[in-house]
Design a protein around this ligand. Sequence first.
Ligand code: PMP
Length: 449
Amino acid sequence: MEHSYLIKPLLDAVYPTIDYGKGIYLYDKEGKRYVDASSGAVTANIGHGVPEIIDAMVQQAKRVSFVYRSQFTSEAAEALAGKIAEQCVGSLNWSFFVNSGSEATETAMKIAIQHWQEKGVKTKNKILSRWVSYHGITLGALSMSGHTLRRARFVPLLEDFPSIQPPYCYRCPYNLEPTSCKFACATELENVIKKIGAEHIAAFIAEPVIGAAGGAISPPVGYFKVIKEICDHHQILFIADEVMTGFGRTGKMLACEHWGVEPDIVALGKGMGAGYAPIAAALVSNKVMEPILAGTKSIMSGHTLSANPQSCAVSLAVMEYLQNNRIIEQVELKGFYLSYHLQELKEEFSFIGDIRGKGLLIGIEFVQSVENKEPFPREDQITNKMIQLGANNGILLYPSAAGIDGIHGDAIILAPPLTISKDEIDELIILLRKTFLDFSNEILEGVGK
Ligand code: PMP
């Protein structure tokens, strides 16, 4: 009988079998080498096979890998929470460890609701979010996600939390210009709150840079200040979903720092374990914790593997590696260098509509016509073809949804390990250019026919 595991995106596709990884490179069993230009799913932030992390894993495994959180705490979990509190803006002094980004956003949502309950406000149960967003795959997280495709099959089970449009300046939902729009997409939050009633809304959640749903959409300067002011004014908590952006991806520990905004709750994931262990977290500020500490003194959530010492030791080692090698402070410069060369490719290839992002989280949106930003026909599956051509050329790219409806657009994300060197960026660009040339020669001719 045919058998396999069921989490491959396409069950009938043939995937190469991985052999090993070193730095920004992955090698399959056939000996083919790939530049990991997306860190997998924007996860392998310090590259593959880092000896310091492997040592930390072995050391922790020799002592103990798992203890249950209601029986023991561990030095690794305590040290990790301490280091996170020290390195994150504001008073995010409380870490609730979980195992995936979806668990982190879902926990963040529950903590927000619990915060209001402990204050005696029982009506604040709704979470607001944006269209063109992704907060995770479990039903609570999917309820918050403005990701049309991923919601589609489950709509009857989901809450209608996505309420406002994203700051997608390339395709402004209001047809305005960033210089004169007065942040219409942010002030819309005020209208929605008035319509629903602030007394029903616990929190607003947003990704600082929109990842998988939009192709690294970075907001205009000032956007998040407006959002945070509206939230504060109406006593609505602000949750930053930093699952993709956190742990240095954009050049700051948290991307919110770029815009001087302190979230009330933060969801972390991906880069926290950098692919070496499953670990994620909801970080909670003093303000949010106060009524909980004065009330039930317990967060009404948790998973069997939450805060296991093995994953915590890995995440701690990742933080130390980032710090000791001064990696985060080099990210913006590397991002500028990569973007500069991408702009050159934009001059060369007519199908590149927009290049955007922050630090080493960069999106490229593809269009049929740069003049009118017309997307490619859906049936041509441009993103998938680009990913496949990239893999043929030995460069791994991350597919993204795009378009203001989150469906009618094609985009990829470039997010190499933050440790990438200048020479390696040059190699990445050579392989990407080869991929774009192949696309021009092999695919573009047949589009729409
Ligand atoms: N939030 C964001 C911003 C994400 O990018 C992702 C993963 N792409 C998630 C949540 C969900 O994380 P996970 O896949 O680890 O559940």
